[in-house]
Design a protein around this ligand. Structure first.
Ligand SMILES: [Fe+2]
Ligand SMILES: [Fe+2]
Length: 190
């Protein structure tokens, strides 16, 4: 490998992972030291895996909800199956996410800002994501409440739920990725 290809490779490795990342180059000094390729190395994994596992669980729950909704929208399951599968899962999902965000907002993020003041603006972006996600989760919970009362088929309601799930999924994928790129190196290196 020549010096110039080595340079290009290392530049690539430093980019945050999400295509629409909001993270600025100035905030990536820890990410450069501990990039995602090292997060599961033996010397870091015991400090990084707790956070990554919680996010993996959130992604899995979101994926299952989207699958159920897709299956109903494409006619693979009927209203009764759709309703019985998605109702309890949305309730658990909203509860889990609120719980996770509240620990981050009240405990972890303020501590990380005290440790690394230059990252404050990055954590403010994540805070604002939580506010937007709260709004979407509130909408999701309200639609789920209507679903609980709708024994008869209601296609308009299922379409609204589907759209809200997609909005949550899109914001969450950007949020979790940017959050990990900022937080996991802090956890691993301390
Ligand atoms: Fe978060
Ligand atoms: Fe998180």
């Amino acid at each position: 490998m020549t010096a110039s290809t080595q340079h290009v490779k290392s530049q690539d490795a430093l980019l945050p992972r999400h295509p629409d990342t909001r993270l600025e180059a100035d905030w990536l000094f820890l990410y450069e030291t501990l990039p995602p390729t090292k997060w599961f190395n033996a010397e870091y994994v015991y400090k990084t895996s707790g956070w990554l596992n919680i996010h993996a669980d959130i992604r899995k729950r979101q994926h299952i909800l989207t699958q159920i909704s897709d299956a109903y929208q494409s006619g693979d399951i009927d209203w009764a199956q759709y309703r019985s599968q998605i109702l309890p899962r949305i309730n658990q999902y909203v509860f889990k996410l609120h719980q996770h965000h509240s620990i981050e907002d009240n405990s972890y993020f303020p501590a990380f800002i005290r440790m690394y003041p230059p990252l404050k603006t990055g954590f403010e972006i994540l805070d604002r994501d939580h506010v937007r996600l709260d709004g979407l989760l509130h909408e999701l919970q309200a639609l789920n409440g209507q679903l609980a009362k709708s024994e008869g088929e209601n296609k308009v309601l299922s379409e609204q739920l589907h759209k809200t799930l997609i909005n949550v999924s899109n914001l969450l994928s950007q949020h979790l990725s940017d959050e990990e790129d900022l937080v996991i190196p802090i956890l691993g290196l301390n």
